[in-house]
Design a protein around this ligand. Structure first.
Ligand code: AFP
Length: 338
């Protein structure tokens, strides 16, 4: 325990180190965190308040929505739209970006979020989470789509809250990565994991093996070498994990290293990738790089991608630096580029 530094104290102390800071960002972050506390309460109550199961509707991705997908989306929108800090929002659950209602003052930030990542796990009581990304926006204008389509390297903040055995917030504003545990008794996030760093080496990979026949050859090669263990090319045995909840797999990698792959696959040519760039890959890439790891599509740095849509999907390879570099090398050498 680090002498009970609350999130509020932590972000105000960070703000004090930035002479140009107006305090607006600190207030915005506090609003986002308050929304996540409300989501934590709904998720933990589960069937006691009848929020599990399907909503019998589809989102813009054509995916069946869980009741909690809709409930958590509404919590995020209603916790942020009145604050006067935002020019607009975007959500996995909503087709177009979300403008600020005319009765509220607009601000200079955009927030993009997946309100409940891993929601296919909610009915089986596995960890799920909220992922958010904060961008700056042109001031005193109605935001347009182009204002949202910024490279991940332009994010001013990224974070996620994992609703697991503990409710934890992982946050970066570009000055390292810090983890906070929700103290349910006082309703405050407490700094418990300062300066999180990812080991450069690992012996643990995360991938959905059921898609193996659809992968490109560099990924086939990498996973095959891992499976060959110490008798094979790698000379060491590997362990495998797959939670099918991005926040849970990423949090594990932040705490003990590892490599996560959701690669391109040719299962459905209309959806060659699964994870969404703007509110899943980009915020996680910012966090992973700030913790000393790497995040790539296999061919290019995620944070360098110029988005062409709010719901654009990308292949993701992230985690321990040396493993990601190896996987990228396999992709580039196959293309004769390394
Ligand atoms: P859901 O939010 O629909 O559960 O999707 C979760 C997710 O986007 C990401 O959190 C997981 O890493 C990935 O999908 C799991 O995908 P598979 O179910 O295809 O393994």
């Amino acid at each position: 325990m680090t002498n009970n530094v609350t999130l509020t104290r932590f972000i105000i102390e960070q703000q004090c180190e930035l002479p140009e800071a107006s305090g607006t960002f600190t207030l915005l972050l506090n609003n986002i965190v308050t929304a996540c506390k409300q989501i934590a309460q709904k998720v933990s109550r589960g069937q006691l308040i009848g929020v599990l199961g399907s909503a019998d509707s589809e989102n813009v991705q054509g995916e069946v929505q869980k009741k909690l997908d809709i409930i958590t989306n509404d919590i995020m929108v209603n916790a942020l739209n009145w604050t006067g800090h935002l020019a607009g929002m975007a959500s996995e659950e909503i087709d177009d970006f979300i403008p600020i209602p005319p009765q509220y003052k607009k601000g200079k930030y955009l927030v993009l979020f997946d309100p409940l990542d891993g929601s296919s796990n909610i009915d089986i009581n596995l960890a799920v989470g909220t992922i958010f990304s904060v961008l700056r926006c042109r001031e005193a204008v109605e935001p347009e789509l182009e204002d949202f389509l910024r490279k991940g390297s332009e994010q001013v903040c990224a974070g996620f809250v994992i609703y697991g055995p503990s409710t934890m917030l992982v946050l970066t504003t570009g000055h390292g990565v810090n983890g906070f545990t929700l103290d349910q008794d006082i309703g405050e996030f407490i700094l418990t994991h300062p300066n999180m760093r990812i080991p450069e080496e690992t012996q643990e990979f995360a991938i959905n093996m059921s898609n193996q026949r659809f992968w490109e050859s560099p990924v086939q090669r990498y996973i095959e070498e891992c499976l060959q263990g110490k008798e094979g090319e790698r000379g060491k045995d590997f362990n495998m994990r797959w939670v099918a909840s991005f926040v849970a797999d990423v949090y594990r990698i932040l705490t003990r290293g590892g490599v996560f792959l959701y690669p391109l696959d040719n299962r459905d040519p209309s959806k060659p990738a699964k994870l969404r760039l703007m509110y899943e890959a980009n915020p996680m890439a910012f966090i992973i790089e700030q913790a000393g790891g790497l995040c790539s599509t296999g061919r290019e740095r995620i944070l360098d991608i110029k988005p062409d849509g709010v719901h654009q999907r990308v292949p993701v390879v992230l985690g321990s630096k040396n493993e990601v570099e190896r996987i990228v090398d396999y992709h580039l050498s196959e293309a004769g580029e390394s």
